[in-house]
Design a protein around this ligand. Sequence first.
Ligand SMILES: C[S@@+](CC[C@H](N)C(=O)[O-])C[C@H]1O[C@@H](n2cnc3c(N)ncnc32)[C@H](O)[C@@H]1O
Length: 311
Amino acid sequence: MSGEGPASTSCCGGCGGQGVEGRNTHSPSWPGVSGPSVAARAGIGGPDKPGHDEGAGACAGACGCAANGADHAPTATSDHAPTATYQNRRGELLHYFDRTAVDAWKRLTSDAPVNRIRATVRAGRDEMRNTLLSWLPTDLHGKRILDAGCGTGALSVEAARRGAHVVAIDLSPTLVELARERLPKDLGDGSIEFHVGDLLDPTLGRFDHVVAMDSLIHYKSRDVMRVLSGLAARTDGSMVFTFAPRTTLLTLMWTVGKLFPRGDRSPAIVPVGQRKIKRRLNKGLASWHTARTHRISRGFYISQALEVVRT
Ligand SMILES: C[S@@+](CC[C@H](N)C(=O)[O-])C[C@H]1O[C@@H](n2cnc3c(N)ncnc32)[C@H](O)[C@@H]1O
């Protein structure tokens, strides 16, 4: 699968308005991420082991990210300050999504023809995006939405079309630039503000809803919990995100992925048991509880959506 681009379990797929101003309006300064902030106003992804909660799956597709680590040492002092594992993985994901897999990712997220494997990933991702969007209020006028790990921005566009002001952030300057280029002229009353940086940057402000589609699947579950806990403190309504469910197929893919040379692999995904993640969230997030969940399994795309709402 190496060289095939997007083809994996909820993995990156790399292994598998009007008046876009394109000016910098925000410079996320959260520890460990640098790079230009691109804001466009419209209308205006260690020692991972499989089969364990902290274990890792791996997409069997094209990868090859060298951990380039974080650019700066952490300086934040809050409980939500990034851990070393989070920063290392973030560095790998930045390299992967901004370099290694960027062309495959561009293609996967376009209408260009793709092979059968990638077509399953694309179909699964479309279904997942629709699922997550269907869990948000139909009318999003007046709502601030965080698209955490927005990639090329497809979900942001749909949310903005329903009236939301979307804050869309991604580590990859290249993907954010592409999202900005792909922005449709007419977003109705909605708007999108693009940023390059870390989805947990507190300077992004408060939100009514947070959506994180396949952006947390590469992080260890304790880091995912820290992210959700950090976002929960700044979110008034709900958080919808995906995780990689621990399934036999996913474990198999992890095994196959291990057969590829390190340089051909994407950052590992981390399968999580459904009951465990729900238990942790219900216990760990005061005033929040888990609600809807839905698994999508389409060929090489396996990912599970989970909704967490304020009690
Ligand atoms: C599999 S892609 C999904 C992109 C988009 N959500 C979608 O579904 O089309 C995961 C994205 O999450 C981004 N990402 C991962 N960790 C991030 C972080 N800590 N902050 C911001 N973006 C992150 C990656 O750069 C990548 O573009």
